[in-house]
Write a protein that binds this ligand. Structure first.
Ligand SMILES: Cc1cc2nc3c(=O)[nH]c(=O)nc-3n(C[C@H](O)[C@H](O)[C@H](O)COP(=O)(O)OP(=O)(O)OC[C@H]3O[C@@H](n4cnc5c(N)ncnc54)[C@H](O)[C@@H]3O)c2cc1C
Length: 261
């Protein structure tokens, strides 16, 4: 079920450089959202920021009807959004996306996030039944960019933080030693979201190990309801003509093996 509503901004927290956590009121979205789904947010910027901006659902507090999303203010629309005040209303469409994370039949899982790609993975870690030991890897550029460490630690069996420059946690890519860790931790499902080069590496390593892997994609998006095809991605091994899937409607979560990065 899809809702379009004016939701009150209840809390606005600055988490780090240009990074904001917004908490909005929406019982409807709370009751219906699944891990991996996203929201389309109107930023009220006139023609300059006419299109809504898509953001993953970060967290849901069902008992209080509160939905959280976190965003990086980098372009015109997100910078405008970051200036909203508590008490203002924000028009939200959601929950969007038919492709969601699915953990049926898996045991130990590996969750891998890079940069702003960590946000859709928190609700997944929170909703996973505790019998699935979740091993989480989060990658950031530098110590100043590291966020949500305590929140993720609370929801998982083991957490490793990586920074590109080694100023915090382990130095290097979030895929460092991933191949060997997948074997030693007895992982049988992988969930990932992050920049495309990272997802490409995760897909390759998962394929080598024959471990099912689901990825959440963040493509540029227009309508977000499957009509405009602006967010189409190419599917693998589909012959000619190639098949495409819409990130907004068919995704944003896909089996990594199906997607051609
Ligand atoms: C399913 C999904 C979930 C996302 N979740 C998050 C999240 O939780 N937190 C977060 O910070 N970002 C997230 N993003 C990326 C975020 O939507 C873009 O960074 C944002 O739309 C950029 O808007 P802007 O006004 O800053 O940039 P502008 O450059 O002004 O945007 C111009 C247009 O391009 C689109 N656009 C630009 N960059 C992207 C991008 N990387 N992905 C999709 N559309 C883009 C915008 O929607 C807009 O229509 C997500 C994207 C998708 C598709």
């Amino acid at each position: 079920m899809l809702f379009c509503e004016d939701s009150e901004l209840l809390e606005r927290e600055c988490l780090g450089p240009c990074l904001y956590r917004f908490s909005v009121r929406s019982n409807n979205i709370c009751d219906n959202a699944k891990p991996g789904q996203f929201l389309q947010i109107q930023v009220d910027g006139g023609l300059g920021a006419f299109l809504r901006r898509p953001f993953s659902i970060f967290d849901i507090d069902r008992s209080n009807g509160i939905v959280d999303f976190i965003f990086q203010a980098k372009g015109q629309g997100t910078r405008l959004l970051s200036k909203k005040h508590v008490g203002e209303h924000i028009n939200i469409i959601g929950p969007l996306g038919d492709g969601v994370f699915s953990w049926d039949g898996c045991g130990n899982v590996m969750i891998i996030g890079g940069g702003i790609g960590i946000f859709p993975l928190y609700l997944l870690a929170k909703r996973l039944p505790k019998k699935h030991n979740a091993f989480v890897r989060l990658g950031f550029r530098s110590k100043d960019n590291v966020v949500l460490e305590d929140e993720f630690r609370e929801q998982c069996h083991a957490l490793n933080i990586f920074t590109d420059d080694g100023t915090y946690g382990l130095r290097g890519s979030v895929c460092r030693n991933l191949d060997s860790d997948l074997g030693s931790d007895d992982i049988d499902a992988i969930f990932a979201c992050g920049p495309l080069p990272m997802l490409r590496s995760v897909k390759e390593i998962a394929a080598r190990r024959e471990i099912p892997c689901q990825v959440s994609l963040e493509e540029r998006m227009g309508c977000a309801i499957g009509a405009c095809m602006g967010c189409a991605v190419k599917f693998s091994d589909t012959g000619k003509p190639p098949a495409y899937a819409r990130v907004c409607k068919d995704g944003p979560v896909f089996n990594a093996a199906d997607v051609e990065f």
